[in-house]
Design a protein around this ligand. Structure first.
Ligand code: GLN
Ligand code: ZN
Length: 733
């Protein structure tokens, strides 16, 4: 087995520094270019990546980290796990990813605790596994033609099966899947590949004995394969825990460990092996504290056969290059490292060897990041408490005078092309701020009039001023910076630009009050103010690592608390504080989950508990997996909780019905262009009323309407209002 190179990265961004892949994909999907055009755009991105990495001095270049859509979907194709129904489609790959007319796509969900979404494979007794190694082999050859030997990266068998829609049914197919991997290893060996990387991030979450047994079976078998490259099993996003001794007992030659999040505990089990030490974080945008990296490498050197300097995970989760952000203030820029800078850090650390590069980089609190997510022992930050729900409900009923089954929305109305263009024009300096403001006001008026005309009971201003529910707040709070080109892939061609939370958070002045007050001035009906909650703001940002996360969330909660206070003072009677990302930050290990939920809920209550009894607090959650955190949602103590349910079905109702406060299970699936008819909405409402007392039921869509058109929204909301009216008439004697 040839030695592993001294430095590497587990993966690299693939959307292209100027989102070239996004453009190529969308043009192909729209029929404006051919499959060949798309392939050549991909080849150009790969070539640029390999040349760039080699140019920075990186020794171990990965391949097969590129994807036209998603690496888990690629693995399904690699293994022949393509559900039968997609085989007839003109392009089965994109049919699985995005659906076609009459064929729904495969489900999509978040990749561990990141904001990247993968396609959920379907594996069952009927899956006809068959290796198709064209893509990894193709990339190896492509790189070789450019003069580079590479290490193909493939999602490992255990993670692939555990991420499938039905993990138990999938694990039953372990032997068949392993046969494919074995064949793949043979093909790679025949191609002259020295090392292969099998990604097994699923091993850093709690695993059952049966799942750990699958790890043993898998890597014993692959380790004993007749012809194969060196086996490098990469774990990331945490510590291997119980999977560590299991993996260590198999013949794999190299193991990747996340030393940013996982720590060194028990790693001596890897004595004599090649340890690929993830000391440069792939999850944040900060320069690596040199002392921290040096100490970790030093510790690993005491037992490892070879130490390879690497990133903690793929760099997929960070933007390309700090150099593309000339507008950031120098004091912040100096602290930042995006993918390109992180590769340079890996190379420098590998070259420095045992003497570590103490002379580089801005000073940084040693080890601050390492403990950032640990549980502290300070108080949980609750500030005051509201009266019991009963008291609040009476005060709110008297103030609001709402009919039974009040109809409302989740906040946003369609974002029109004109609004987006106006914002771009402001950024380009071709539209003055007053003109922009008057356009936003006109849009608010349009939205208010529309809601009045349709007969909604609680109105919103429609959020026309917001480019994004997190970025908008980041732009108006101290302690945040926003980037110009800091795109990170979210799924497929979709990217976001997470704000960078780099300093103490403060709210210099009210953010949303002017818009909400303007909406109020237009109508006699109650208007609901709209805020993003502290956990969600932090979850969808890159966050400083020199303070515990809970502390950062608490600072944001205080800013939201001030906004709640000012909205209330402006006479806004209902305030919604959205927390759609509450579940996303849930730690992967069960032992850490309760602690997280406790401080996350405390932060929410800190943000909202300043509201008087007569002010109605709403919260909104979506992304369907609320079932996992029901007690925490209850703990938010919101007067009204609106929740996605059109897709997750009535099951969620029984669960959240026990809250004993207002509840609005979504009756309109806004993720689809389809307009539900009134009978359908009525049916959903009847099912809700079968399990919940009518006086607690709210009527609303599943989520914000910003991705829909006015045409769809108008028709759908008219049907929602009509359905509510029918049931209301039945309720009153
Ligand atoms: N208030 C936001 C909106 O309506 C909520 C969006 C969300 O839950 N993701 O757009
Ligand atoms: Zn939502």
């Amino acid at each position: 087995m040839p030695a592993f190179p001294q430095s590497t990265v587990l993966g690299y961004p693939r959307i292209g520094p100027h989102r070239e892949l996004k453009r190529a994909l969308e043009s192909y999907w729209d029929g404006r270019s051919t499959r060949a055009d798309l392939e050549s755009a991909g080849a150009a991105i790969r070539e640029r990546t390999w040349r760039g990495l080699a140019g920075l001095g990186l020794e171990g270049l990965p391949s097969n980290t590129f994807s036209l859509y998603d690496q888990v979907l690629d693995t399904a194709v690699l293994l022949g796990a393509v559900p039968e129904r997609y085989l007839q489609a003109a392009d089965p790959y994109f049919a699985m990813a995005r659906g076609t007319d009459g064929l729904a796509p495969l489900r999509m969900t978040k990749w561990f605790d990141t904001n990247y979404h993968y396609i959920v494979p379907e594996v069952g007794p009927e899956t006809a596994f068959k290796l198709d190694a064209a893509k990894p082999l193709g990339e190896v050859r492509e790189a070789r033609a450019l003069g580079y030997e590479t290490r193909p990266v493939v999602v490992g068998p255990v993670t692939f099966l555990l991420l499938s829609a039905d993990p138990a049914a999938a694990l039953a197919r372990l032997d068949d899947v392993l046969a494919c991997y074995e064949e793949l290893l043979g093909a790679l060996a025949a191609e002259g590949v020295a090392w292969v990387q099998l990604d097994e991030p699923a091993l850093v979450a709690d695993r059952t004995p049966a799942e750990l047994a699958a790890v043993r079976v898998a890597y014993d078998r692959l380790g004993n394969a007749a012809a194969r490259p060196g086996l490098f099993v990469a774990s990331y996003f945490g510590h291997l825990g119980e999977a560590l001794p299991v993996l260590a007992a198999t013949p794999v030659e190299a193991v990747g460990v996340d030393l940013v999040r996982g720590g060194l505990d028990g790693l001596e089990a890897l004595a004599g092996r090649t340890v690929v030490a993830g000391v440069v974080s792939g999850r944040d945008v900060w320069r690596t504290p040199p002392e921290r990296a040096a100490r970790a490498l030093e510790a690993v050197r005491t037992f490892a056969g070879q130490v390879v300097v690497s990133t903690s995970c793929s760099l997929l989760h960070v933007p390309y290059d700090v150099a593309a952000e000339p507008e950031l203030v120098p004091a912040l820029r100096e602290r930042l490292a995006f993918a390109e800078q992180k590769v340079a850090e890996v190379v420098a650390l590998a070259r420095a060897g045992t003497t570590a590069a103490h002379d580089r980089g801005a000073p940084h609190e040693p080890d601050a990041g390492h403990h950032a997510r640990a549980t502290g022992d300070e108080d949980h930050g609750a500030v005051g408490a509201r009266s019991p729900y009963r008291v609040r409900a009476a005060a709110q009923a008297a103030r609001l005078g709402l009919p039974p089954l009040p109809v409302t929305t989740i906040g946003s109305f369609p974002q029109t092309g004109e609004l987006r263009a106006a914002r771009a024009a402001v950024a380009a300096g071709t539209l003055g701020p007053e003109e922009y403001e008057s356009r936003v006001r006109a849009e608010i008026e349009r939205v208010v009039r529309l809601q009045e005309r349709l007969g909604l009971d609680v109105l919103v201003h429609g959020e026309p001023e917001r480019n994004d529910m997190v970025q908008y707040f980041a732009e108006h709070l101290d302690g945040f910076a926003v980037t110009r080109n800091g795109w990170v892939q979210s799924y497929g061609s979709r990217c976001t630009r997470p704000p960078i939370l780099h300093g103490d958070v403060a709210r210099p002045e009210p953010i949303t009050v002017g818009w909400a007050a303007y909406a109020r001035s237009l109508t006699d009906r109650p208007v609901k103010g709209m805020l993003t909650g502290p956990v969600t703001i932090v979850a969808w940002s890159f966050v400083r690592d020199d303070l515990p996360l809970r502390e950062v969330v608490r600072q944001v909660a205080d800013a939201v608390r001030e906004e709640v206070r000012d909205l209330e003072a402006a006479g806004v009677p209902i305030i919604q504080v959205d927390e759609p990302a509450l579940r996303e930050l849930l730690p992967l290990r069960r032992t850490a989950q309760a602690g997280y939920l406790e401080w996350a809920v405390a932060a929410y209550r800190r943000a909202t508990s300043g509201a008087g009894d007569g002010t109605q607090i709403h919260t909104h959650l979506c992304y369907s997996d609320a079932g996992q955190i029901l007690a925490a949602i209850d703990g938010l103590d919101a007067d009204v909780t609106t929740i996605e349910s059109a897709r997750s079905g009535a099951g969620i109702l029984d669960a959240v019905g026990s809250f004993g406060r207002g509840l609005g299970p979504g009756v309109y699936d806004i993720h689809s262009p389809r307009v539900p008819d009134a009978a359908e909405v009525e049916d959903l409402l009847r099912r809700t009323l079968a399990v919940l007392p009518a006086e607690r039921v709210w009527v609303n869509p599943d989520c914000g309407l910003k991705t829909r058109t006015y045409e769809q929204v108008e028709a759908a909301l008219a049907n929602v209002v009509a359905a509510a009216a029918t049931l209301r008439a039945e309720l009153s004697p």
